[in-house]
Design a protein around this ligand. Structure first.
Ligand code: NAD
Ligand code: LMR
Length: 326
């Protein structure tokens, strides 16, 4: 077997990680033949709980799990990792928008960006989950100039999966029959779930549903699903978020299947007129551990208007954290 891949996870004693770590240790990101080591970061008061998580990881006797390090020192957690999953941050409660978390959570990402810059492997693959995820990823990127900026990404795969699920239900079809879903923009209520290129068992999705449903029901349902989960369970999505992170990383590392793509928030390359460097969700294909933005889709005027509104929101969020962009 090959050398273990080292994966840093922050907020490792929190809700999302309680679902996610066991999936990673089972090989769900790097596949069934690749050992992994976990470098788990928590704040000092949560170290006891983190030790309990480690006990349960040990008790699963995962054949692929090589080592588990628990620490409150970011330099230890982020050193030489192949992947870093930045989950640790405050979640929102009922009635809040994700961007209301910026003032508390932004500081976490400037500090961790600086540490990653100091001790990280420059080609490490990063996904930011803590909200507001796109802007936190932007802060982290700005504070980590030695890192490969292409590899600083944020999670919109949960939104992508939510969109697939809604379309499957509407068309009474199977999840596996749905291809080419798109989430554009920010992981917020301005995101743009888009079925324009989606297919259902080979048939064009826009031919199967009416335009009014796609615009007036599908888009807001997906965009507001996080708040609906908070209202239903009293705290934010955890198992589905964990699954989204595993899917995001597994696609990036292992590739996307022919004839399909996934949504990832990545630094814009200027495609679709979105400002270069902004962390924006695009459809991408993945191959050989890298991703490619699908840059040649013809976007309708209605979708384009929404895409620009999401860009405007990201610009506004960035303005509020300008002091953290060293
Ligand atoms: P949680 O409160 O259960 O866990 C967060 C953990 O992070 C806690 O254990 C806390 O001690 C730890 N933490 C706080 N500051 C830290 C720091 N500086 N370094 C290391 N650890 C730190 O929250 P959760 O439900 O796991 O959610 C975590 C974040 O993920 C929230 O911001 C939430 O809004 C976000 N989220 C994002 C998505 C997405 O799709 N992008 C989905 C769900 C949740
Ligand atoms: C989600 O989409 O479920 C998460 O971002 C949590 C939230 O605050 O909505």
């Amino acid at each position: 077997m090959s050398e273990p891949k080292r994966i840093a996870v922050t907020g490792a004693a929190g809700q999302i990680c309680y679902s996610m770590l066991f999936r990673i240790a089972n090989g769900d990101i790097y596949g069934p033949n690749q050992p992994v080591s976990l470098q788990l970061l928590e704040i000092t008061p949560a170290l006891g709980l983190l030790e309990a998580v480690k006990m349960e990881l040990d008790d699963c006797a995962f054949p692929l799990l090589h080592e588990v390090i628990c620490t409150d020192d970011p330099k230890v957690a982020l050193k030489d990792v192949d992947a870093a999953l930045f989950v640790g941050a405050k979640p929102r409660g009922p009635g809040m928008e994700r961007k209301d978390l910026i003032s508390d959570n932004g500081k976490i990402f400037s500090a961790l960006g600086q540490t990653l810059n100091e001790v990280g492997n420059p080609d490490c693959k990063v996904v930011v989950v803590g909200n507001p995820a796109n802007t936190n990823a932007y802060i982290l990127k700005a504070n980590a100039p030695k890192m490969n900026p292409r590899n600083i990404t944020a999670l919109t795969r949960l939104d992508h999966n939510r969109a697939i699920s809604q379309l499957a239900e509407k068309t009474d079809s199977r999840i596996g029959d749905i291809k080419k879903m798109v989430i554009w923009g920010n992981h917020s209520t301005t995101q743009v779930p888009d079925i324009t290129w989606a297919s259902v068992a080979g048939k064009s999705a826009p031919d199967l549903v009416d335009t009014a449903w796609a615009h007036d029901t599908f888009i807001p349902t997906v965009a507001k699903r996080g708040a609906a989960v908070i209202d239903a369970r009293g705290s934010s999505s955890a198992a589905s978020a964990a699954n989204g992170v595993v899917d995001h990383m597994a696609s990036w590392v292992q590739g996307t299947p022919d004839g399909d793509w996934v949504s990832m928030a990545v630094p814009s390359d200027g495609s679709y007129g979105i400002e270069e460097g902004l962390i924006y969700s695009f459809p991408v294909t993945c191959k050989n551990g890298d991703y490619t933005i699908i840059s040649d889709l013809e976007v309708s005027d209605a979708i384009r208007e929404k895409m620009l509104a999401s860009q405007t929101e990201l610009n506004e969020e960035r303005e509020t954290v300008k002091d953290l962009l060293s």
